[in-house]
Write a new protein. Sequence first.
Length: 121
Amino acid sequence: MSRAKDFFPIIPGHLHNYIVENYVEKRKLQISDSQDSMYITPRTLLGIIRTAQAHAKCRFSNVVEQEDIDEAIRLIDACRESFNETLEKEKKNIFGHDRSQQQVISDIFKVLKDVCTNSAN
């Protein structure tokens, strides 16, 4: 009887570029979309890889297929969408601050900046 924990999926070389291309495309979207809602980091790339491997394990496979990568990307995108919808509904930013907290933080930074600028002169 097979158990998922007995499998150690690897990603074949021909899929490395596929993963990187998807990651780079998401980074470009992040840069062109000035919203805080889409935050893509190298950890996102690692998340895609790990989730694709987990998906392959669920299929009891030692090889990651393109369908595993596509599903990993879909899952990560769905989680991100859900998170962004919750933030929007609660009117919070990616750090969990509501608009009034954001204004207080901005005001504090402005005061600190003025103090630093004035003390340097």
